[in-house]
Each structure stands twice: as structure tokens, then as C-alpha cells.
Ligand binder design. Structure first.
Ligand code: UD1
Ligand code: UDP
Length: 359
């Protein structure tokens, strides 16, 4: 096999680590090229994931960095085209819905290189989100579409994607979680932050709709009020941290942290009384872990997490955060994880790739 994988952001590493590993196991003599666009570049947004997830060092670092959508899309498109031409892969694999994903997909389309998409078919039906545009366009130019949710195939069919290109393999992000379960269970990262397991709310917020405007201040005020009843741990994405500025005068129960590594984050997530988030990946991980998740968005491209009962959409309404102590105390039935969220998705995906390249 001659494969090329593209990663660029924190969630990309989590989704692709098991895919790269499974394909290497299936074809140890093959060529497995890894391209890192550099969309995320801080150590705690990038390198720590490669280390903890055992991803080999990237073969190509594009160094695209931060900027407008235009700058990121254009930067990746321009930088990746010569790499694709020089490497001549039989298939390129891209994950998720970030700018790096769409730019790499467009480059493959222009160069007529077969393309596969991990996490295809998710839809929020909200085109104000750049991720929704990135997902729809990426899926349109893909040859192989790997899905992890039952509604994904229906979404793709409605957009005219031929069914024989779609493969329901399951959730590779959950593969990573399962593979690391021995290392994060019992890690008790929360104790290092001065709180006991089961006693706190874990918060991540990074979507522009929330953090790039006045709503972030409202959310912080609401979190401060919650922290009087329940400690709040908030590892802040660099976008959020920049928007918060000095964030002086926070109450002692509200702990604003730098982003934490993946093992520590999973430990914090598994031991939390609940999570409050606008992250896509964390809605999925909390579903697998059976931890109540409250999503501060009007919609989700992951409705299965709501159907399973772990995830509650609060709406893009920071005032609703104030009700968290009461919401958390409402008993819930733990639900089984969705089919294919079982630690073996990447193996199934690798077999589809091998069959496709052999045929
Ligand atoms: C991107 C994705 C989003 C995904 C998120 C995962 C797009 C359009 N958005 O959003 O879908 O959920 O990644 O975390 O692709 N920054 C740093 N250091 C870093 C990375 C970013 O300081 O290593 C800061 C920069 O100020 C940058 C800002 O964060 O401008 C935003 O980064 P960017 O990659 O543009 O978007 P994210 O908000 O990370
Ligand atoms: N994550 C992490 N450390 C943090 C915050 C998140 O390791 O401080 C992990 C989390 O477990 C999940 C992924 O990063 O696997 C989610 O990334 P993010 O929320 O940035 O992106 P999204 O999933 O919304 O695209």
C-alpha cells in the first residue's frame, strides 16, 4: 500500500492514531506517509497527542499555523499539493471537519488522487458553522466514506452520495479511548487540581459562536455561580484563553487551566460529575464513558449522543449553565454505547482500504 494521512488539529490526532496503526499492522511493508498541516502547533495541542497516542513523527510538516479561514485553507492547499505530487499515494485519508480536512480534500480532487474520509456524513444542518461546510464539501469529493453513526448514511444519500462508497465502520475516536483505558482509569488527574472524583464539572468551550463575542462573559459569570455549589475545571482552548484575556477575579471554585494532555483529559472526563462543552469529540467520548454531557449549542451533528441519553442540548444560552447543579442531580439510565463504538473501528476500516486497493 502507498497511503498518505493528513492531520492538523487536536481531534484529528485522536481520530487518526488507530487508523494509521491498523493500516501499518495490516501492511507493515507498505508506505504510510503522515502529513501534519500545523493548523494546531502548541505542544499541548499537538505534540503531546503524538506522544501519548504513539503516532510516528510526521513525514511532512506544512507549518500553516493560525489565520483566517482563507489563509488556512489556501495555506494547506498550496503547501500540500507538491507533497501529494512527490509522494504519489494510492489513497489519501483525512479525518473530521476542520479547515485542514477540506483543503487536503480539495488538493486530492484537483490532482485526481483517491480520497477517504474518516467520520463522514455527520451533519448539524447549520451552514453558519465552518465545520458543516467543510464536512459537506469533503464528502462530495471522496471515494471512500467511513461513517460511525447510523444517520450518516441517510445524510449522505440525501446529498446524492452513492451507497457503495459509504462504509459504516464505527468510531475511531472511541478506539483511541478504549486503547488507553488502562492508562487513564485510576489516573485521578482531578486530585492534582484539588478536587475529588465525582465532585466537579469539567468544561471546554471553544466554538467561535460562543467565545468570539459577548456570550463568553455571560458563560463565565454563570460558571462562577455554579462553582459556588460544584467545583468547575475548565481547561481552556487557546482561542478561548485569548478571548478571556487576564480573566482576573475568578472565584476559587472555578479553575481555569491550560489545555491538558489526552490521558489527563480522559481521566478528568471519566471522573467528572458532568461535562459542559461545545466540542464534537467530547460529546462522543462522554457517551462512551456514560458521563452526563451538557452541550452549549443549538444543534449537534452527533444526534446519536442525545438519543443515547448522555447528551443534553442546552442551546447557545449561557444562562442555562446556572441550572447545572439541578440538572446533574437528575438520575439517568446509563445507555450502552452505539454500535461500532467498540475499539475495533480502525481494524474494520483498514480491511475496507485493503480490499479497495487490492480490487
Ligand atoms: C479548529 C477547528 C474546529 C475544531 C478545533 C479543535 C476549523 C474551522 N476549526 O478550531 O472545528 O473543533 O480546531 O480544537 O478548522 N491557537 C493557538 N495555538 C494552537 C492552535 C490555535 O494559540 O496550537 C489559537 C490561535 O490564536 C488561533 C486560534 O487558536 O487563531 C484558533 O485556532 P484555529 O485552528 O483557527 O481554530 P480552532 O478554534 O482551533
Ligand atoms: N482534549 C484534550 N485536552 C483538552 C481538551 C480536549 O485532550 O484540554 C481532547 C478531547 O478528549 C477530545 C478532543 O481533544 O478527544 C476534542 O478536541 P476539541 O474539543 O478541541 O475539538 P472538536 O472535537 O470539537 O472538534
Amino acid at each position: 500500500m502507498k497511503l498518505l494521512h493528513v492531520v492538523g488539529t487536536r481531534p484529528n490526532f485522536v481520530k487518526m492514531a488507530p487508523v494509521i496503526a491498523a493500516l501499518r499492522r495490516l501492511d507493515p511493508g507498505g508506505r504510510h506517509v503522515l502529513v501534519h498541516t500545523g493548523q494546531h502547533y502548541d505542544r499541548m495541542m499537538s505534540e503531546v497527542f503524538l506522544e501519548e497516542l504513539g503516532v510516528p513523527a510526521p513525514d511532512h510538516l506544512l507549518g500553516v499555523g493560525s489565520g483566517s479561514h482563507a489563509a488556512q485553507l489556501g495555506g494547506v492547499l498550496e503547501a500540500i499539493a507538491p507533497v501529494l505530487t512527490a509522494e504519489g499515494p494510492e489513497l489519501v485519508i483525512v479525518p473530521g471537519d476542520v479547515n485542514s480536512t477540506l483543503a487536503a480534500a480539495l488538493a486530492c480532487a484537483h490532482l485526481r488522487i483517491p480520497l477517504a474520509h474518516v467520520e463522514a456524513g455527520l451533519r448539524s444542518f447549520d451552514r453558519t458553522m465552518p465545520e458543516e461546510v467543510n464536512r459537506v464539501l469533503t464528502d462530495q469529493v471522496c471515494d471512500l466514506l467511513f461513517t460511525h453513526s447510523p444517520e450518516a448514511a441517510a445524510n449522505l444519500a440525501a446529498e446524492g452520495v452513492a451507497a457503495d462508497r459509504v462504509h459504516q465502520v464505527g468510531n475511531t475516536m472511541i478506539d483511541t479511548l478504549v486503547a488507553l483505558e488502562d492508562r487513564f482509569r485510576g489516573r485521578r488527574a482531578c486530585v492534582g487540581h484539588g478536587v475529588e472524583p465525582g465532585s466537579y464539572v469539567l468544561v471546554t468551550l471553544h466554538r467561535p459562536a460562543l467565545v468570539d463575542g459577548l456570550l463568553l462573559g455571560d458563560a463565565m459569570a454563570a460558571l462562577a455561580s455554579v462553582s459556588a455549589a460544584l467545583p468547575v475545571l475548565f481547561p481552556a482552548h487557546p482561542r478561548t484563553r485569548a478571548a478571556l484575556g487576564a480573566a482576573a477575579g475568578l472565584p476559587p471554585g472555578l479553575r481555569l487551566l491550560d489545555p491538558v494532555g489526552y490521558l489527563d483529559f480522559l481521566s478528568l472526563e471519566a471522573d467528572a460529575a458532568a461535562v459542559l462543552t461545545d466540542s464534537g469529540g467530547i460529546q462522543e467520548e462522554s457517551t462512551y464513558l456514560g458521563v452526563p454531557c451538557f452541550t452549549l449549542r443549538d444543534n449537534t451533528e452527533r444526534p446519536i449522543t442525545v438519543e443515547r441519553g448522555t447528551n443534553t442540548l442546552l442551546g447557545l444560552d449561557p444562562e442555562r449553565i446556572r441550572g447545572l447543579p439541578e440538572l446533574i442531580s437528575t438520575p439517568r439510565e446509563p445507555a450502552a454505547p452505539p454500535p461500532g463504538w467498540d475499539g475495533h473501528a480502525a481494524e474494520r476500516l483498514a480491511r475496507v482500504v485493503a480490499d479497495r486497493l487490492a480490487g
